[in-house]
Design a protein. Structure first.
Ligand code: UT7
Length: 332
């Protein structure tokens, strides 16, 4: 049987930085409030002519190079994004494949909001284990600034732009394989976090009139509570099902939405501070890109070593959630 190994990671953030002080000149907020309630100090914002696919390509180039996989051996690209280059088509994954110079790959996007990276990890694993694909490039890429309402202080302080990518490759060595991936969803909570306009329910007239038709709206406080509950429950389940103790986790990599959510989940799971990966302070919430960007952060700072076990944990609009037990398994 083929197993799926997490071979490499890469990430990219655009140059421009938007600080809390910058935001306090745009909406009624302060650096003190944002820092205390979210842990966020700054986030990166893409240039006007920089598309989600451009961010994804830069992250992917690093992941491909670090994996040692030849471009021509990549047989599938999946992008997780809620801020695609184009509303319906073409998919951002197809654009990325062309920008990377790839032909004849399977390429598609999925929409699972902040859980997107865990979802594409599960899809890559399934395709590889079934024998249908061998080298799958997965990318979480977001230009959330394009769908953020910069007059709404409840959301605009949270989100940033960026991308992260990983190469998932077939192996027959079970010891280097992804152990398990959980994914779930509950549409009952759809209204907590959504882009309410611009879809098939909007009339053409309404679309013409609504400038901000694709902006995100969030019931922040309710989302916060469901997030803590769901993230904790899902992790407890995946650890128990796989007979793994929280002490065995070297790196807990949660979706980077809010420091207080991460702290509450870490405490509930009795994780030590040195196990918890934190990047929300410098990148904000980058939705589907946040987990691979956080993994890349520990990789580039020399903290992520071959064979170390990561626990991924995500939660987002839909609602969706997911977790994964992933040893880091570079080729060399
Ligand atoms: O990524 C996927 C999922 N997303 C999340 O998980 C995000 C979850 N939610 C959150 O991170 C937090 O709920 C927020 C950071 C969005 C808000 O923090 P909170 O502690 O839940 O605040 P709140 O919404 O209960 O608001 C408390 C007060 C309100 O004022 P009153 O009604 O008490 O007078 C808000 O109007 O804070 C006010 N407020 C602000 N004040 C200054 C809300 N946003 C701001 C702001 N600056 N930016």
């Amino acid at each position: 049987m083929a197993y799926a190994a997490f071979r490499s990671i890469g990430a990219y953030v655009p140059e421009k930085i938007l600080t809390n002080d910058d935001l306090s000149t745009m909406v009624d907020t302060t650096d003190e409030w944002i820092t205390k309630r979210t842990g966020i100090k700054e986030r990166h914002i893409a240039a006007k002519d920089e598309y989600t696919s451009d961010l994804g390509v830069k992250a992917a180039e690093k992941a491909i190079e670090r994996s040692g996989v030849a471009l021509g051996d990549i047989d599938m690209i999946i992008t997780a994004t809620i801020s695609p280059d184009y509303f319906c088509m073409p998919s951002t994954a197809t654009i990325i494949s062309t920008k990377l110079g790839l032909k004849n790959v399977t390429a598609f996007d999925i929409s699972a909001a902040c859980t997107g990276f865990v979802y594409i990890l599960s899809i890559a694993k399934a395709f590889i284990e079934s024998g249908m694909k061998k080298n799958v490039l997965i990318i979480g890429a977001e230009k959330l600034s394009a769908i953020t309402d910069y007059t709404d202080r409840g959301t605009c302080i949270l989100f940033g732009d960026g991308a992260g990518a990983a190469m998932i490759c077939a192996t027959d060595d079970k010891s280097e394989a992804i152990i398990d991936v959980h994914t779930g969803a509950d549409g009952e909570y759809a209204d907590l976090l959504m882009t309410p306009n611009g879809g098939s329910g909007s009339t053409h007239d309404a679309l013409d009139q609504e400038a901000g038709s694709c902006f995100m709206q969030m019931k922040g406080n309710e989302t916060f509570k469901v997030a803590v509950r769901t993230l904790t429950k899902d992790v407890k389940e995946i650890l128990a099902e796989n007979n793994i103790a929280s002490d065995d986790i070297i790196h807990f990599v949660p979706h980077q939405a809010n420091y207080r959510i991460i702290k509450a989940v870490g405490d509930a799971l009795k994780l030590r501070e040195d196990q918890v990966v934190l990047t929300v302070g410098k990148f904000g919430n980058t939705s589907g890109a946040s987990i691979p960007m956080a993994i890349n952060d520990i990789y580039e700072s020399g903290k992520l070593k071959s064979g170390e076990l990561m626990l991924l944990d995500a939660f987002g609009g839909g609602l969706t959630w997911g977790s994964a037990l992933v040893p880091f398994s570079p080729k060399n």
